[in-house]
Design a binder for this molecule. Structure first.
Ligand SMILES: [Zn+2]
Length: 152
């Protein structure tokens, strides 16, 4: 997948927030780009590596402690934290978390022909601070700083 490969030049879609045309295969992306879904598989940007690790560990932790139900209905969590929690179980996809809790938007998508044909779309998030907030919430959860909230 060379940058100059005519198959890939121009493959991408526009950011719904700044309108920049993002071409992930050419590593030409705007600040709102957080990865792309291709043939159903999410290829997350490195900007999401921390969050994805924390999220996976949190799923294990929540299942291990069997606290998913009590967390979701816990009144001391704010709406944002509840949304994060709702998509932190083994039935959730990482893209569910991004879309529903971090307000990620999809681009209009594109498709390719030939040997490597397929279709997909880019994933964009407007507010990077939501990722920071989600990370610190999951960190607190894993550090059991929220342990008092589980019982509340
Ligand atoms: Zn953008």
């Amino acid at each position: 997948m060379e940058k100059t490969d005519p198959e890939f030049v121009g493959d991408g879609d526009s950011c719904p927030f700044c309108n920049y045309f993002n071409t992930p295969m050419a590593l030409d992306t705007c600040e709102h780009f957080y990865g792309f879904v291709w043939d159903g598989q999410f290829d997350a940007s490195r900007k999401l590596t921390n969050l994805e690790d924390l999220w996976k560990n949190s799923i294990e932790y929540i299942e291990d402690k069997n606290i998913h139900k009590s967390l979701i209905s816990n009144k001391s969590l704010n709406d944002f934290e509840k949304k994060i929690t709702r998509y932190t179980n083994s039935d959730s996809l990482f893209t569910d978390l991004l879309t529903n809790a971090l307000d990620a938007n999809s681009g209009e998508g594109w498709s390719t022909d030939g040997m490597l044909s397929g279709s997909g779309y880019n994933v964009y998030i407007a507010e990077a601070q939501k990722i920071d907030k989600a990370e610190s919430f999951l960190k607190d959860l894993l550090n059991q700083k929220l342990v008092g909230k589980f019982n509340g």
